[in-house]
Structure formats: structure tokens, C-alpha cells
Design a protein around this ligand. Structure first.
Ligand code: PLP
Length: 394
């Protein structure tokens, strides 16, 4: 296929999507797969949001919309940022996109020139590095340890910064680790950024509501960092709306305009009907979203205890999102039920084909000693998955 552009060789397909595909294939063969590779809530979108979408269709919201979103949708995002985060934005600083993934792409395309350095603490969400590489940026990974619950320290951050550093990208709550940065931890990182004015910060807050330790904190609140921080958020996780495709940025004005310009040549605006429903989601009753989080919390409690009781798994302590990210290196170079396990990839394939449990290798997230398990599935499935893990990790 030497007709294809060179840039394709720089990036790879997400392992998360690959595992989901493999799991589906085995299911189609009639195999009972316990899917713990899922990156989306297993709940349905709350009824009042669905109703708003139906009404939008009936009211004729079926045409092109402004590229950055309807004015009242951008206003709804402004309202949400004030209500939940105490942050003051204007609608011109908001760009609504076809999912947070596109929001991220718009920002990276707007900021990164070839050779620019982008600091990404690992473990990290798969897409960050690939978008940077597409722009010929240089990814600078900073490995974070399980001892610090996979969070970057101010010292590590300072040491990674060079005159070429242009961007820092992270998520809190984090995919894949579930780690949540506290206010004090963010403030300490903000103090480092205050010394390096050339750096933009992408603060991916898509799991904002799925937080078990209390109030969500954004790094944009410290000093004048709001002028260099891009908040990424969306409806996918907090409102169980992955298929609707709506994400947004809240950014410094010039950057928001740049995202608008890029989006105008790639996709135009996201779906008009989704946008109308978004107003209801962002400004309406949060109780259904909170009920979902209560259920996630119950499952987290269960799976955390269960995994801790399986010998060989070194389990982290997630405070948000819906993932566990245990260290599985104790199984490397061992033979389990006749299969040699060399690394986390081997373990995932072994678990898929022998235990019929689908999980994702930590290699995909820059931490090759780990695997990611999602608990965005019902309790009965989780219990079945845990029993199979217990049996096949013996
Ligand atoms: N950011 C993180 C950390 C995610 O885990 C995901 C989805 O898995 C996204 C962004 C993208 O979300 P969206 O569905 O809005 O594109």
C-alpha cells in the first residue's frame, strides 16, 4: 500500500478499539465473552435528554448549524462551567465538536508545529500521543508510578520541560488509571507552569462527574492559567451519550477561533439534534447522571476488593472514571494453564482466548506492566469476570 501517505505510518489504531473488535468476533462465534474492555457507560441516556432530541427533530432542527455550535449551546456550556467549576468564559471561547476526541484533535492541530515537544504523563489515554505524532510533534512521556497513584509530581514536570515544550496533556479523572488530582496537587503543578509561559495545558475533564472523592477540580482555576488552559469535556461519559457525539473545548479566545477554523474544513458542526439535546443535558437535572455514578461507585468497591484478593495482581486505587489498572508483571515469564506469558499483551490474549475475558493491555496506555479493566458493566457480568480471572490467573 505504498500509495498511502507517510503520516499513516506514524500512528496506530487504538488497542481499545482492537480489543473490542476481537471480543465482538468471538461473541459472533457464540463464545460467552465477559467484556471488561469497554470505554463507555452501560447505561442508557437519561429520558429527559432523549425527549429533548425527539422534540428537536419535530421542531425541524435538521439543518447545518454554525460550525462551533448553536449560540445557545455554547451559552449552555458557559453556564455549566460557571455552575460546576466556578470558571468564567464567554460563548466565543467555546467550540462544540463531534466528540471530545475531535475537540482534542482541533486543539493539537492548532498548537503543534513539527518538532514541538508535548509532555504526556503515563499512563495516558491512547489518542493523545497519536494526535501529536500526526502533527509531527515530539511526544515526551513522563512515567508515573503506582506509588504516586500514577500522578505526575511537580518535580517530574519541571524536569521534563525544555524551551521546546509547547503543550502538556493529561486527564483527571484519568483514563486508564482512574486517578484524580486533588486541588493541592493541581495547584503544585500550576506553580510549575507559572514559571514556563510558553506552555499550553490540555486538561481533559471528560470523566468530571465520575468522581468518587468529591468535588471536581480544574487546573484552569489557578493563577492566570485560564489563559493557557484548554478544558476538554463532553457528554459521552457523564451523561451516557457516547453515540451522540458531542464534545467541547473552553479555550483562550484565539485558540477557540483556531479550532473553529480547523473544524470548518473537516466536519463542520456536530449533529443539530445532539446539540439541542445537549442544552437539556448541560443545564437540566443532574440526578440521573448522579445515580449512574452511585452505581459505578458500588461496582468500584466490589471490583477493587475482588482484584486485591487475587494473588499476583498489584492493584491501584482509582478515585474516578470506571477503570481498574492493576500491575500484572508478577505473571510475566510464567506459564498459566499451559500458556507462556511474556508480557501484558500475551496476558490479554490469554485471558481473551482461554478465560474469555476481554481486557486491554497497558502497553496501549504507555504502561507495559499493567492491564486495564472497565467496570462499566453490570454486577452479574463483573462477578463472572472476576471468577474467571481468579481461576485463570492461578
Ligand atoms: N478523553 C478521554 C480521557 C477518553 O477516555 C475519551 C473516550 O474514551 C475521550 C476523551 C473521547 O470522548 P468522546 O466520546 O467525547 O470523543
Amino acid at each position: 500500500m505504498n500509495q498511502l501517505a507517510e503520516r499513516l505510518s506514524r500512528i496506530s489504531e487504538p488497542q481499545t478499539i482492537k480489543m473490542a473488535k476481537l471480543g465482538r468476533e468471538l461473541k459472533a462465534q457464540g463464545i460467552d465473552i465477559v467484556d471488561l474492555s469497554i470505554g463507555e457507560p452501560d447505561f442508557d441516556t437519561p429520558v429527559h435528554i432523549r425527549e429533548a432530541a425527539k422534540q428537536a427533530i419535530d421542531e425541524g432542527y435538521t439543518h447545518y448549524t454554525p460550525v462551533a455550535g448553536y449560540a445557545d449551546v455554547r451559552q449552555a456550556v458557559v453556564y455549566k462551567l460557571k455552575r460546576d467549576n466556578g470558571l468564567a468564559y464567554t460563548p466565543e471561547q467555546i467550540v462544540v465538536s463531534t466528540g471530545a476526541k475531535q475537540s482534542l484533535a482541533n486543539v493539537v492541530l492548532s498548537i503543534i508545529n513539527p518538532g514541538d515537544e508535548v509532555i504526556i504523563p503515563t499512563p495516558y489515554w491512547v489518542t493523545y500521543s497519536e494526535q501529536v505524532k500526526l502533527c509531527q510533534g515530539k511526544v515526551v512521556f513522563v512515567p508515573c508510578s503506582i506509588e504516586n497513584n500514577y500522578k505526575i509530581t511537580p518535580e517530574q514536570l519541571e524536569a521534563a520541560i525544555t524551551p521546546k515544550t509547547r503543550l502538556f496533556m493529561f486527564s483527571s479523572p484519568c483514563n486508564p488509571t482512574g486517578s484524580v488530582y486533588s486541588k493541592a496537587e493541581l495547584e503544585a503543578l500550576a506553580a510549575v507552569f507559572a514559571r514556563h509561559l510558553q506552555i499550553f495545558i490540555i486538561s481533559d475533564e471528560i470523566y468530571e462527574y465520575i468522581n468518587y472523592v468529591g468535588k471536581h477540580e480544574s487546573i484552569a482555576q489557578f493563577g492566570d492559567l485560564i489563559n493557557r488552559t484548554v478544558i476538554i469535556n463532553g457528554l459521552s461519559k457523564g451523561f451516557a451519550m457516547t453515540g451522540w457525539r458531542l464534545g467541547y473545548v473552553a479555550a483562550p479566545l484565539e485558540l477557540a477561533k483556531a479550532c473553529d477554523k480547523i473544524q470548518s474544513q473537516f466536519t463542520s458542526a456536530t449533529c443539530s439534534i445532539t446539540q439541542r439535546a445537549a442544552i437539556t443535558a448541560l443545564t437540566g437535572d443532574l440526578a440521573p447522571a448522579q445515580e449512574m455514578v452511585t452505581e459505578f461507585k458500588r461496582r468500584r468497591q466490589y471490583i477493587h476488593e475482588a482484584l486485591k484478593s487475587i494473588p499476583g495482581l498489584k492493584v491501584n486505587d482509582p478515585e474516578g472514571a470506571f477503570y481498574m489498572f492493576p500491575d500484572v508483571s508478577a505473571f510475566f515469564n510464567k506459564t498459566l494453564h499451559g500458556t507462556h506469558i511474556g508480557n501484558a499483551d500475551d496476558l490479554c490474549m490469554y485471558l481473551l482466548h482461554k478465560a474469555h475475558v476481554s481486557v486491554v493491555t497497558g502497553v496501549a496506555f504507555g504502561q507495559p506492566n499493567c492491564i486495564r479493566l472497565s467496570y462499566a458493566t453490570n454486577m452479574a457480568t463483573l462477578e463472572k469476570g472476576v471468577e474467571r480471572l481468579r481461576e485463570y490467573l492461578k
